[in-house]
Design a protein around this ligand. Structure first.
Ligand SMILES: [Zn+2]
Length: 255
C-alpha cells in the first residue's frame, strides 16, 4: 500500500467558551489525542501535545501568539510528543523520569499502537512507523493535587487522579464547571492494563470524579460530554464493563 503524505496534519476546531480542540487528522480515531488550547491573559494553556509527528508550536501560535504553558495530563506517547517544542512544560512529578527519558516501553508506545494501519496519511516523506519514538522533554515544573493554574482570565485547579498512570492529572475550572480529564475518563473504554496502570487506584480516582460539579468533560480522546455521561462511563467501569483487558487484541480490532 502506498500511503500518501498529508498536506495538513492538524485539524483545529473552536468548541466554544474560547476553547480550541486540535487533533492529528491522519492518526486513527482510536488513538488520536485531543490537544486543547485555552487562551489566557498573558499566557495560553495547551493541554497535551499529541504524537509529535509534525511541528505543533507553529500551529498553536496561529491561535493567539502568546507564550504557551504546555501541560501534559500524563506521559503516554500520544499525549507528550509535541511537548519538547515548548519552553514551559508542566506535569506530575510521578512521571518526571518518563518525560526526561522516554522510550517505547515507559510511554506505552508498543507494537500494535503504532503501525502502518495507524496512519491514513504519512506525516512526512520517508516516515517509518517502526522508528517512531517521542523526544525527551523534561518537565520544567510540577503540578499536583490542589495546585492552581491561573491564566488571569481563567483559573484551573489540578486534580491528581492516578490509576491509568501514576501521574495522571486533570484540570478543573470551577467557574465554567469544565474538566480537562486526559485519559482518566473519556467517552470510551478505559485502559487500566498498560505500563504502570493500577486498577485499584484507578477506581478510587474515578469515584472521586463522580462527586465533582461538572457540566462538560473534555477528555484526552473522542468527543466531549456532560456529567450524566461521565457518571455512566465511570459506573460501567466500576461494574467491570468498560475497560480494555487486553490492549493488544483491542487495538487489532480497531483498524
Ligand atoms: Zn494514556
Amino acid at each position: 500500500m502506498n500511503t500518501p503524505v498529508a498536506k495538513d496534519w492538524y485539524e483545529t476546531i473552536s468548541i466554544g467558551d474560547g476553547i480550541t480542540r486540535v487533533r492529528e487528522t491522519w492518526v486513527a480515531p482510536w488513538l488520536r489525542c485531543n490537544i486543547w488550547h485555552v487562551p489566557g491573559r498573558t499566557h495560553d494553556l495547551l493541554i497535551d501535545s499529541g504524537m509529535g509527528l509534525r511541528p505543533l508550536k507553529k500551529e498553536i501560535s496561529k491561535l493567539s501568539g502568546k507564550p504557551v504553558i504546555c501541560v501534559s495530563t500524563h506521559a503516554h506517547f500520544d499525549h507528550i510528543g509535541g511537548a519538547h517544542e515548548f519552553d514551559c512544560r508542566l506535569g506530575h512529578h510521578n512521571e518526571a523520569d518518563i518525560h526526561a527519558f522516554p522510550n517505547q516501553y515507559n510511554t506505552s508506545d508498543w507494537g500494535p499502537f503504532v503501525r502502518a494501519e495507524t496512519f491514513s496519511a504519512l506525516p512526512y516523506e520517508g516516515f517509518q512507523y517502526q522508528d517512531y519514538q517521542v523526544k525527551a522533554a523534561p518537565l520544567t515544573g510540577y503540578l499536583d493535587e490542589g495546585d492552581t493554574l491561573d491564566l488571569g482570565n481563567r483559573c484551573f485547579q489540578i486534580m491528581h487522579l492516578p490509576g491509568h498512570s501514576p501521574g495522571s492529572i486533570a484540570l478543573y475550572e470551577k467557574k465554567s464547571r469544565c474538566l480537562f480529564s486526559g485519559d482518566v475518563v473519556y467517552d470510551g473504554a478505559l485502559f487500566d492494563t498498560v505500563y504502570h496502570s493500577d486498577k485499584t487506584i484507578y477506581r478510587e480516582s474515578l469515584k472521586r470524579l463522580k462527586d465533582l460539579p461538572v457540566d462538560v468533560v473534555h477528555g484526552g480522546h473522542y468527543e466531549s460530554f456532560g456529567r450524566s455521561r461521565m457518571i455512566e462511563v465511570i459506573d460501567r467501569y466500576i461494574q467491570g464493563d468498560n475497560s480494555i483487558d487486553d490492549p493488544e487484541s483491542w487495538v487489532l480490532q480497531q483498524v
